[in-house]
Design a protein around this ligand. Structure first.
Ligand SMILES: Cc1cc2nc3c(=O)[nH]c(=O)nc-3n(C[C@H](O)[C@H](O)[C@H](O)COP(=O)(O)OP(=O)(O)OC[C@H]3O[C@@H](n4cnc5c(N)ncnc54)[C@H](O)[C@@H]3O)c2cc1C
Length: 384
C-alpha cells in the first residue's frame, strides 16, 4: 500500500536521476562545468515547469510537489543548485506578474525555450541589509535605466531571464525603508554587453555565480513586475519559496549522507568488527537522521501554508534553519566515519559536503534566521 502521497513524483525523479550516475556529477564538478544535459532532461520531462499553471503550459503543481522534486534530485547525489532558480523565480512571476507578462513568458519557459534561473538581489556593499541596496532604476519615458552592482548572482550564464531588485525611489524619500524598491524582468541576452557586464566568481562549490555591473542598462518599462515601489514585498514571495525549496534540498542531502554513511559503516571492518557496531559511530548518524526527519515536517508545513496563500515567513525560515543544520550534521558524520576515504573524490562525500555547507550562509545565513524568529515570532526588540 502506498502511504507517501508523493511517491509517484519521487519514483519518476529517481528514475530520471538514475540515468545521471555519480560519475556524471563528479566529472562536472571536477571540470567546474554546468550539468547542461541533466537540466535539459529535467526540462524535457516537464519538471522545470512544475510551478507554471496548466493554462500556460506547465503542470500547475504546488510548492509542496516542487520541494519533493528538489529533495529527490539532491537525494540522488545531484545538486539542485544548478536549476532551483527557475522554481522559486517562477512563484514571483506567477503571483505578481501581469497577465500580459505571464502570457509572454510562461508558455516559452514551460516549453524549455526560455530559462528563468536568475535572481539579482545581493550587493557587495550592503550584504544582507537588502533595503539599503544601491542599484537604481530610473524611469525615462518608456524605459528604466539601471545603474549599480550585484554580487553572487547565480546561473546568469545559463539563463535567459533574471528577476532584478533595484531602488526606484531614494531611501531618503520613503517612509519605510522597504518601500521604493521595484523588481524587473531583465532579458539577459539583450543586457549582456549593452549595459550589463558579467564577471564569474570562482568558488568552493561548483556553482555558477557572478558579479554583475550595470552601466546605464536600459530595459523596457513594461518589464516592471507589479507596482513600482512594491518590489520588496514581491521579492519576499520568491525568497520564502527559495528558503523552503533549499530546505528540501538540504533534506535530500541529509538523506544522501545518512544512507551513504550507514551503508559504509555496516561494511567497514576495523578491530575485527563493523565500525557501525560502535555506539560512538551510531549515535551521530542516528541524531542527524532524526533531525533531517524533523526538518522535513517543518518543510511540509511551510509548503502547505505557502500553497494556501498564507503568510509563511516564519515557517520558511525555520524549515531552512533546521534543514541546513541537519544536513550539515549528517555531512560531518558521513565524512568522519568514512575516515580518510571521505576525502577521496570518488566517494562523492567531499563534493556533497561542500555543496551542503553553502546553505548555512546562503540564501540567508543562520544568524539572520535566528534574528527573524527572535523579532517577528517572539516579539523581541529589533537588533538592527
Ligand atoms: C554560491 C552563492 C550563490 C549565491 N546566489 C545568489 C543569487 O543567485 N542571488 C542573490 O541575490 N544572492 C546570491 N547569493 C548571496 C547570498 O544570498 C548572500 O551571500 C547571503 O545572503 C549572505 O549575505 P552576505 O554574503 O552579504 O553576508 P553579510 O551580510 O556580509 O553577512 C556575513 C555574516 O555576518 C553575519 N551577520 C550579518 N549581519 C548580522 C546580524 N545583524 N546579526 C548577526 N549576524 C549577522 C552572518 O553570520 C552572515 O553570514 C549567493 C551566495 C553564494 C555564496
Amino acid at each position: 500500500m502506498q502511504t507517501d502521497p508523493h511517491q509517484d513524483i519521487r519514483d519518476a525523479i529517481r528514475a530520471l536521476c538514475a540515468t545521471f550516475p555519480p560519475e556524471y556529477h563528479r566529472r562536472i564538478d571536477a571540470e567546474r562545468g554546468y550539468p547542461e544535459a541533466f537540466v535539459q532532461a529535467l526540462t524535457e520531462a516537464g519538471w522545470m515547469a512544475a510551478l507554471i499553471p496548466e493554462e500556460y503550459g506547465g503542470s500547475g503543481l504546488g510548492l509542496t510537489e516542487a520541494s519533493v522534486i528538489m529533495e529527490e534530485i539532491n537525494r540522488s547525489g545531484g545538486n539542485s543548485g544548478a536549476c532551483h532558480g527557475q522554481m522559486y523565480n517562477m512563484t514571483t512571476l506567477v503571483r505578481h506578474g501581469s497577465e500580459e507578462q505571464r502570457r509572454r513568458y510562461l508558455p516559452k519557459i514551460a516549453a524549455g525555450e526560455l530559462r528563468l534561473q536568475s535572481m539579482g538581489v545581493t550587493e557587495p556593499t550592503t550584504g544582507t541589509d537588502t533595503t539599503r541596496i544601491k542599484t537604481t532604476a530610473v524611469r525615462t519615458g518608456d524605459r528604466y535605466v539601471i545603474n549599480g552592482q550585484k554580487v553572487w548572482i547565480s546561473r546568469v550564464q545559463h539563463s535567459d531571464l533574471m528577476i532584478l531588485l533595484a531602488r526606484t525611489t531614494p531611501l531618503a524619500e520613503v517612509a519605510k525603508k522597504s518601500e521604493g524598491l521595484s523588481i524587473f524582468l531583465v532579458d539577459i541576452r539583450e543586457a549582456m554587453g549593452s549595459g550589463m557586464t558579467v564577471r564569474p566568481i570562482p568558488n568552493m562549490v561548483n556553482h555558477e555565480t557572478n558579479e554583475l555591473f550595470f552601466d546605464n542598462l536600459e530595459i523596457p518599462a513594461e518589464n516592471l513586475i507589479g507596482e513600482e515601489g512594491q518590489g520588496f514585498k514581491y521579492i519576499l514571495t520568491g525568497l520564502n519559496a527559495e528558503r523552503t525549496l533549499i530546505a528540501a534540498e538540504c533534506i535530500g542531502d541529509g538523506y544522501w549522507f545518512t544512507d551513504k554513511v550507514s551503508a559504509y559503516v555496516r561494511e567497514r571492518q576495523v578491530f575485527g568488527r563493523p565500525i557501525g557496531q560502535n555506539q560512538g559511530v551510531q549515535f551521530p548518524i542516528a541524531e542527524a537522521f532524526i533531525e533531517v526527519e524533523a526538518a522535513s515536517l517543518m518543510r511540509f508545513e511551510a509548503c502547505r501554508m505557502y500553497d494556501a496563500g498564507q503568510p509563511c515567513g516564519a515557517q520558511a525560515n525555520m524549515a531552512k534553519y533546521l534543514a541546513a543544520k541537519a544536513s550539515w550534521e549528517a555531512a560531518n558524520a558521513c565524512l568522519q566515519f568514512h575516515g580518510g576515504f571521505g576525502f577521496a573524490c570518488e566517494y562523492d562525500v567531499e563534493r556533497k559536503f561542500r555543496e551542503t555547507r553553502l546553505y548555512q550562509v546562503a540564501p540567508i545565513s543562520t544568524n539572520l534566521i535566528l534574528s527573524y524568529v527572535a523579532e517577528h515570532v517572539l516579539g523581541l526588540p529589533r537588533s538592527f
